[in-house]
Design a protein around this ligand. Structure first.
Ligand code: TSX
Ligand code: MN
Length: 607
């Protein structure tokens, strides 16, 4: 007997079962017993390799099919009625056409397999921003990852009652077991991957991939693409942002949200250990935040997730000691290397690889090999509660009030270390300027500069220009007085010689301290008081000496270079941005056209 009397849910599960023809349906209760049984099954199937209980207790390594290692943006679709509502940055297919296409792929796709019914909630229990979903999947790997990344199980069915609304999430790896057992450790159908979103009916259909954001549908698909559309309709914000709690030596606390494109070190910022004496950074979330206006006109943020699905390579005791501690036990690793004594390893964990490594594909590996032992997009899945820097209020249903929004791309030139916007509208403009190098987290070429406005390019479920208009509208709705201040940051500026000018990591606390001080000031006017600022054509930058540099091994000329605003570079940037804006035609909000024109004007006024 299914553990619910929700007729809509029961009907949908029946309908899907009729299409995908599973051997059985199983309703997940979220219990520890269920977890243990699934882990045993995953070990028997060869999907999970148990790691050594001595060095990595309660932890497992999964190796994916080598053809199924990352999100596939080219195979990700927004299926709304009108193409213009998806906008020029999304792949659009009419909903009826996609349904027909996908119905053919899903027909019989779960034959011989179990169809798991996963009731889950995104957002803290009882939060005004809580959203329920149900994922139907034939992947037990997905079930155990969803159990870490979301609140999953019977409590959600109870909360749904008989008519609660939920997002329908359908997922199949697309590898039916027809007749004889053709079971493989990582079934998938790489040639036919579709990640389809139907924002108007709040549905997700994902076929062919078992990896990360393609398959754990609560994360990028629901919490960003579907939620961003809901947020537009309902007047809130669903963002690809970390949220941190920053405590000054005085004990004063401010919360900051940060939008960073993939692999700019967002998780490292979320768990940063300040080098500045007396300062503390704690973690509310590392990847996604949902924000709504409180009755006091401030923006309140929650972390919709309960776990981290983080990139492993580059994580070590120096770059992110809190992440290293977090994954010391009860962690699922995917596509890392395996050591001979049953532990995991990845590039950057230690300066030298241990001897006798098995690579992410399961083959012996040696340092002479030109390829990597761990896949560059290898991951850990781990409960956020295990993080030593997790803030006590990380699950507060009301959320935390945001004082600053940081936008940070990876730019070797042009963008100074930190820059404060003149106004809300100018801040939204800076958000649209975000650009970064591509990385292994997305498919396609690596190392190419691409625009990634608000770090939402792959995650906005509707027309990006309408999304910008929605951000602008927050000031109209709430008044700008209590909205967060906005900043551009860039840890990656390079000098003439090509090296990084800024040491980054824990030293970024110096930038946070300046941001903190700027948020303490009444208006946007500067200079004056703590966090003194210098006005430039592109925004406020720290005045000479305003950035706390005690004990910092960065010479004065280097600091000056980090904060320099190069008018020539910005004139070129403005021209590029004008081209980019032209993509959006008459959907571009007038406020942003105005901001760009005003920037061009300010750049022209300076000789
Ligand atoms: O995460 C990074 N952050 C943010 C930390 C809170 N990374 C790693 C990016 C890949 C995910 C960085 N890399 C940062 C940074 O601030 N800065 C850099 C560039 C850099 C790399 C190595 C050094 C310095 C800067 N090494 C030394 O200074 C010795
Ligand atoms: Mn992300």
């Amino acid at each position: 007997m299914p553990p619910t009397e929700h007729k809509g849910l029961l009907r949908w599960v029946d309908e899907v079962a009729g299409l995908v023809q599973p051997a059985r349906a199983y309703w997940c209760d979220g219990s520890a017993t269920e977890r243990d049984r699934l882990y045993e099954e995953l070990v028997s199937a060869g999907t999970f390799i148990p790691l050594s209980p001595a060095t990595r207790p309660d932890s497992y390594l999964a190796r994916s099919d080598p053809r199924d290692v990352a999100r596939l943006e080219g195979r990700t679709f927004i299926c709304c009625q009108r193409e213009a509502d998806a906008g020029p940055t999304n792949n659009w297919v009419p909903p009826d056409q996609m349904r027909t296409q996908l119905s053919a792929l899903f027909a019989g796709s779960m034959r011989g397999r179990t169809m798991y019914v996963i009731p889950f909630a995104m957002g803290p229990a009882g939060s005004p921003l809580e959203i329920w979903g149900v994922e139907l999947t034939d992947s037990p790997y997905v079930v155990v990852n969803m159990r870490i990344m979301t609140r999953m199980g019977t409590a959600v069915l109870d909360a749904l009652g008989q008519e609660g609304e939920f997002v329908r999430c359908l997922h199949s790896v697309g590898a039916p077991l027809a007749g004889k057992d053709r079971s493989v450790p990582w079934p998938c159908d790489p040639g036919n991957v579709h990640i389809a979103h139907f924002p108007e009916t709040r549905e997700i259909w994902s076929y062919g991939s078992g990896y990360g954001g393609n398959a754990l549908l609560g994360k990028k698909c629901l919490a960003l693409r579907i939620a961003s559309t809901m947020a537009r309709d309902e007047g809130w914000l669903a963002e690809h942002m970390t949220v941190i709690k920053v405590t000054a030596p005085s004990g004063e606390v401010k919360y900051m949200a940060g939008a960073f494109p993939s692999a700019c070190g967002k998780t490292n910022l979320a768990m940063l250990v300040p080098t500045l004496p007396g300062w503390k950074v704690e973690t509310i979330g590392d990847d996604i935040c949902w924000m709504r206006l409180g009755s006091d006109g401030r923006l309140y943020a929650v972390n919709p997730e309960t776990g981290f699905f983080g990139v492993a390579p580059g994580t070590n005791e120096t770059t992110n000691p809190n992440a290293v501690a977090t994954v010391s036990h009860s962690t699922i690793f995917t596509n890392t290397a395996l050591t001979p004594d049953g532990d995991v390893w990845w590039e950057g964990l230690t300066p030298e690889p241990p001897e006798g490594l098995i690579d992410w594909k399961g083959d012996g590996w040696s340092p002479e090999r030109s390829d990597k032992a761990a896949h560059p997009n290898s991951r850990f899945t781990v409960p956020a509660a295990q993080c030593p820097s997790i803030a006590a209020e990380w699950m507060d249903p009301e959320g935390v009030p945001i004082s600053a929004v940081l936008f940070g791309g990876r730019r070797s030139s042009t963008v100074p270390l930190v820059l404060e916007a003149f106004s809300w509208e100018h801040g939204v403009f800076l958000g649209t300027c975000l650009a970064s190098e591509t990385t292994a987290a997305a498919d396609g070429a690596v190392g190419v500069l691409r625009r990634d406005p608000f770090a939402m390019l792959p995650f906005c479920g509707y027309n990006m220009a309408d999304y910008w208009a929605h951000w602008l509208s927050m000031a109209t709705t709430a008044g700008r007085e209590h909205l967060p201040k906005m900043f551009l940051v860039n840890w990656f500026r390079q000098g003439a010689g090509g090296g990084y000018l800024w040491p980054g990591f824990g030293e970024n606390s110096r930038v946070l301290a300046w941001v903190f001080a700027r948020c303490g000031q009444a208006g946007h006017e500067g200079p004056g008081g703590d966090g003194q600022a210098r006005q430039t054509p592109i925004g406020w930058v720290p005045a000479p000496g305003a950035l706390p540099t005690d004990g910092l091994a960065v010479a004065a000329p280097q600091l000056e270079e980090l904060l320099r605003v190069d008018l020539g570079e910005w004139r070129a940037e403005a021209a590029l941005l004008r081209d980019y804006y032209n993509l959006f035609g008459d959907r571009l909000p007038a406020g942003l056209a105005g901001e760009l024109a005003a920037l061009e004007q300010r750049l022209a006024e300076v000789p």
